[in-house]
Design a protein around this ligand. Structure first.
Ligand code: NAD
Length: 363
């Protein structure tokens, strides 16, 4: 029996290429990992008539660790994002996204960024509690709200509900503080809009300060309103360390921060629950590049680094991360998006960059 069995979802579009590159880098570390490759996304529709077949759900439930490529959400009614479904199905409440400068100085727009976003992953406007324009249920909800509130909703409206719970907030805030303390981080910052949403974001902020008291003296803490935070991140991202926030702000700030350090090809992510964790790059399936051996697999490889740290394989994680840094800093065996000129003919393909990382690991 292998030491670890990991569910692998290659996904759609560029997913199979970037996960293939990731697997070869992780295998070079000789950790005795068995990959259980499972269908999910458009590739599963033909055989299983489902975007997320039961066999895949069972595999994740059994192995408790999964790593996935991006999955296409088919356009049209009736298709819910599989990514959101997986997060909710396994209650993966913490979306953890490290944002770090890996690019060499000549390419980096910002130097020395090293922050981590903790995004609440199950509540907020992503809870999926929406009421469609014209639906009878919507009319009823609007009538009820209008009867008890002095602020009136137009009868011709769609409505989305934003639940922020005590339990949901406590566990994400605690996860952020625990991470900060365990990883020697200086500060935790709560990002919110409590000046406008006094009851929902106000609750999030209050719980943040209640929990922060438990960490007094071990880590600094403060809060910033989300619009100001966008401006501060673009001006002085180096001032920030661990950021904790609700789902929607986390979604937006994650991409903003990915842009600060060189784009989606470098942005790794983890979705962590009480006993199951799913790791994935932040980017989508980029269908126009599928099958071309062109895109950057770094985000998926760095997601594997997060997975190894989660498994307690710190040494292997350091070796892999350092090999990625070396190859990116050298700038020779890198994909087009990591070149000064995106049309540079010396850019290598997805697999060739992974081969260079493997060579670096093997010394
Ligand atoms: P996308 O991230 O797939 O692509 C946007 C652009 O970013 C690409 O055209 C490309 O220029 C660049 N890019 C993305 N990944 C790259 C990489 N690894 N290397 C280099 N460049 C890269 O976003 P989209 O076009 O909005 O979405 C396409 C599909 O992916 C949609 O169906 C969407 O629902 C899905 N999606 C899935 C996930 C996920 O599985 N977690 C996340 C986002 C979007």
């Amino acid at each position: 029996m292998s030491k670890y069995t990991v569910t692998l979802l290659p996904g759609d579009g560029i997913g199979p290429e970037v996960t293939q590159a990731m697997v070869k880098c992780v295998d070079a570390l000789n950790l005795d990992i068995k990959w259980e490759s499972m269908p999910a996304g458009e590739n599963a529709l033909g055989e299983y008539n489902s975007l997320l077949p039961e066999v895949t759900i069972e595999s994740i439930r059994k192995n408790k660790i999964a790593i996935k490529g991006p999955i296409t959400t088919p356009v049209g009614k009736g298709f819910r994002s599989i990514n959101v479904t997986i997060r909710q199905m396994f209650d993966l409440f913490a979306c953890v996204r490290p944002i770090k400068t890996y690019l060499p100085d000549k390419l980096a727009k910002y130097k020395n960024i090293d922050l981590v976003i903790f995004r609440e992953n199950t509540e907020d406007l992503y809870a999926g509690i929406e009421f469609e324009l014209g639906d009878r249920k919507t009319e009823k909800i609007i009538a009820e709200i209008n009867a008890m509130s002095d602020k009136k909703i137009s009868a011709e409206s769609a409505v989305s509900i934003k639940p922020i719970s005590v339990f949901g907030t406590q566990r994400i805030v605690r996860a952020a503080f625990e991470y900060a303390v365990k990883n020697g981080r200086k500060s935790v910052n709560c990002v919110h809009k409590a000046n406008i949403m006094k009851f929902t974001d106000g609750l999030f902020l209050k719980i943040f300060y209640d929990i922060a008291k438990e960490y007094e003296g071990r880590v600094e803490y403060w809060d910033t309103i989300v619009d100001n935070m966008c401006m501060q991140l673009v001006k002085v991202p180096q001032n920030y360390d661990v950021l904790v926030m609700e789902n929607l702000y986390g979604d937006i700030l994650s991409d903003l921060c990915a842009g600060l350090v060189g784009g989606l090809g470098l942005a790794a992510g983890a979705n962590i629950g009480a006993d199951i964790a799913v790791f994935e790059p932040t980017h989508g399936s980029a269908p126009k590049y599928a099958g071309q051996n062109k895109v950057n697999a770094t985000a998926t490889i760095l997601s594997a680094v997060l997975m190894l740290r989660h498994l307690g394989e710190t040494k292997a994680a350091d070796i892999l991360e350092n090999a990625v840094i070396k190859i990116i800093q050298d700038g020779k065996y890198v994909t087009y998006d990591l070149k000064e000129d995106r049309n540079d003919p010396s850019a290598v393909g997805t697999q060739e960059m992974a081969d260079a990382i493997v060579k670096e690991i093997q010394g």
